[in-house]
Design a protein around this ligand. Structure first.
Ligand code: AMP
Ligand code: MG
Length: 434
């Protein structure tokens, strides 16, 4: 008779959870995500590349600009032909943008318009404001020009290749495409771009108190704000979002939601239920459906965070697990931990540099005498004097603070702040959709 396998150890839900520094937690997220990075790529029209992440560098096969051209409307000439202001030169040709002139004969000028290719032999452009056109006496031909300045060789000429040189990598793998990078890709003639497949991310909110806007609020309930915040954060980061809605506070419902979410997604992001209360089912559910690291991160807001993997039922050739990040339920905690932790996971998934953006050194125009022992991310706003104001209520439930703020002050553990002190400021513009 075959021996019965030993019973699986019960997950030790009450064991003290390690308190991690944010840096340590992010390092573990990065290591834990790397094996699951998305490798599939797609070709998109450069028109449709906004927000996508490049999977291959964009190399230029040409110089930009392709030839020397003028940055001013005026006259192309040889500086040596104008030894002093007041020289008069016959105008031998006219070169609008998009046209190629003849080589410049010494002692002549070419009428030229912004973007027009500077003719061979010319070494300067004089802007038309510094010239006087002299009509041809016969009424025929292009007349002459009196140059009222002494030109410097090279002036008002945009040099061939001064923007991009042939062979240069103008955009790199792992770069997120901005409007200006699409323009740069187009400027080197790239009609299509190779990008990473969009991450597929499932989200759900846990909590029996949650109701949806549009429903009349019953006693004891609140509206589900995190669903909107997290969904939009993911959309802004270029993810395909599968929104599973609100999951009731039971172990079975949470397990079923995790299974459904894992089936077709790279990542599952949940909010709520990651504390140790009796109504917090995310962690036991994740233990049952996969593997979980259950962390307390020494940050405020956003202490509890769950990171793990959920098994896929029909694991085919692809990855057999989906990643899970369980965020705390308080709206500011969910927002802050998303921009710190979920964004890091998403960046690793897409082959991007996961480092947090650089913090700016700025002056505090407020006092913060009673700091927390944890590293704080305080909601603050730039003022007109170049300093920072603090939102008066830093509670993790006060979502108004995250709308009022334009950045987070990254305050070290236990660090009191006095008016005039230098602090480190992370602009939300650099954190959201990074
Ligand atoms: P929990 O992490 O589930 O204990 O929730 C912590 C706090 O966040 C509680 O006050 C919840 O009511 C609140 N909360 C949880 N989920 C949401 C959500 N999706 N939208 C708004 N508030 C939430
Ligand atoms: Mg809850």
């Amino acid at each position: 008779m075959a021996a019965r396998p030993p019973p699986l150890p019960e997950p030790r839900m009450n064991a003290p959870r390690p308190m991690l520094s944010l840096d340590e937690a992010l390092a573990r997220l990065i290591d834990g995500t790397r094996p699951h990075a998305i490798t599939e790529t797609e070709t998109v029209s450069t028109f449709d590349g906004l927000g996508r992440v490049l999977a291959a560098e964009v190399l230029s096969t040409l110089d930009v600009p392709p030839e020397d051209n003028t940055s001013m409307d005026g006259y192309a000439l040889r500086a040596a032909d104008v030894p002093a202001a007041g020289a008069v030169l016959p105008v031998a040709q006219r070169i609008p943008a998009g046209h190629v002139g003849q080589p410049l004969q010494p002692g002549t000028a070419a009428r030229i318009f912004t973007g027009g290719q500077v003719p061979a032999g010319a070494d300067a452009v004089v802007m038309q404001e510094q010239c006087e056109a002299i009509a041809a006496t016969s009424g025929q031909g292009l007349g002459a020009v009196k140059v009222n300045t002494r030109p410097e060789p090279g002036q008002w000429i945009r040099r061939r290749g001064e923007d991009v040189q042939r062979g240069a990598a103008v955009l790199l793998r792992g770069q997120r495409l901005t409007p200006q990078s699409l323009g740069l890709a187009a400027s080197v003639g790239a009609a299509v771009l190779t990008v990473r497949r969009r991450p597929r991310v499932a989200i759900f909110s846990t909590g029996d108190e949650l109701m949806m806007p549009g429903e009349p609020l019953r006693p004891g309930a609140i509206y589900n704000s995190n669903r909107y915040t997290l969904r939009a954060l993911l959309q802004a980061a270029g993810c395909e979002v599968a929104d599973l809605g609100i999951v009731r506070d039971t172990l079975d419902a949470t397990r079923a939601a995790l299974r459904e979410a894992a089936a077709a997604n790279d990542l599952i992001v949940t909010c709520g239920g990651v504390s140790v209360g009796e109504e917090d089912h995310l962690k036991p559910a994740a233990h049952a459906e996969g593997e979980l690291q259950d962390w307390q991160i020494a940050i405020k807001p956003g202490k509890p965070l769950a990171f793990g993997t959920i098994r896929r039922e029909s694991a085919d050739a692809g990855a057999s697990v989906a990643l899970l990040v369980g965020l705390p339920g308080n709206p500011v905690s969910a927002f802050v931990t998303h921009v710190l932790a979920v964004s890091t996971v998403l960046r690793v998934l897409q082959g991007m540099d996961p480092a947090l953006p650089a913090a700016l050194p700025l002056r505090a125009d407020f006092d913060w005498p009673r700091p927390d022992r944890r590293r704080e991310f305080l909601r603050a706003r730039l003022n007109a004097e170049g300093g920072l104001d603090l939102f008066p209520n830093q509670s993790s439930g006060v979502l108004t603070s995250a709308v009022w703020a334009d950045g987070l002050i990254d305050n070290p553990p236990g660090q009191a702040i006095a008016r005039g002190d230098g602090v480190r400021f992370l602009p939300l513009a650099a954190l959201v959709a990074r």
